[in-house]
Write a protein that binds this ligand. Sequence first.
Ligand code: ZN
Length: 369
Amino acid sequence: MSRRTAFFSDELCFWHSAGMHALVLPVGGWVQPPAAAGFAESPETKRRLKSLLDVSGLSRNLLLRTASPASEEDLLRVHPASYLERFKALSDAGGGDLGPQAPIGPGTYEIAKLSAGLAIAAVDAVLSGEADNAYSLSRPPGHHCLADQAMGFCFLSNIAIAIEAARARHGLERIAVVDWDVHHGNGTQSIFVSRDDVLTVSLHQENCYPPGYSGAEERGTGKGEGFNLNVPLPAGSGHDAYLQAMHSIVVPALERFRPQLIIVACGYDANGVDPLARMLLHSDSYRALTAAVREVAERHCGGRLVLVHEGGYSEAYVPFCGLAAIEELSGVRTAVEDPMLELIELQQPGERHAQFLSEYVETLGRRFT
Ligand code: ZN
């Protein structure tokens, strides 16, 4: 069955530039300047996803939209004025380091506002009934950004800004965030950690980013206790471990919470060829993860589901993972076949490692029931 899926993007989001890097290393000293763009958080991972949607024909089945930048009022619901002023001043001055692993260039402030605006509009499209579900190709990403601190390529908390805008405009009481970016959704977690109206769930590679972070013990604080959930998975986890964690831990947590809207922090950096992590997912993994949250959304909140793009650093492979997620959202399957699928399937954990992972997820799940 096909669904009305709205897709929000804007070319300007691809124009945020952090200057010359090799992967994540600023050029200089012993780091040779790369021949081409080089920076891990490259616009090409996202632009090539949009291109694949177009050439595959999937775009013709989507409600293609852009949006206005987030307003100052929208930003101030999440970020203090002092942080926004600091961000704008550095952006106006031509850029520099706004935080750890958070280099910006000229105009990044305005582009980040647009990135957050796309997420706000995607949520709006679903809550207004214009679309059944939606995807926001937000760039720069947002899930590492704290209220008053940029980090990890993230300068504004796109999802938190969209949640607060939705609460202000539509009066929602329970919103769930599922973060399957391979890195911990530390920014979103920190913004909602003491709240019981936003459930934050992060599936991530343990000890990866923020460096050394696992998070299994953190469950929220004060009124928010029990409304934050971390599922740290060991490096080398593949399709089966992720799907087991999704169905045995994340889906039951969502069902207990009964959200009125589900937002996914949709990073693709748990894929098997990502340069910034060591997991083994492929396009069918993202298809299955999307199906799992879509089915919960259909059972509990009228299908209201929004995916907001986060990380994913393989220019060649992110488009195929993103296409699979958006095919699943829309219910339309294109003729595209994932050219990496078989190779990554062959590299899934062997029997003993798979057994270890299965028991690991089972043990982790017992903490949450
Ligand atoms: Zn990431």
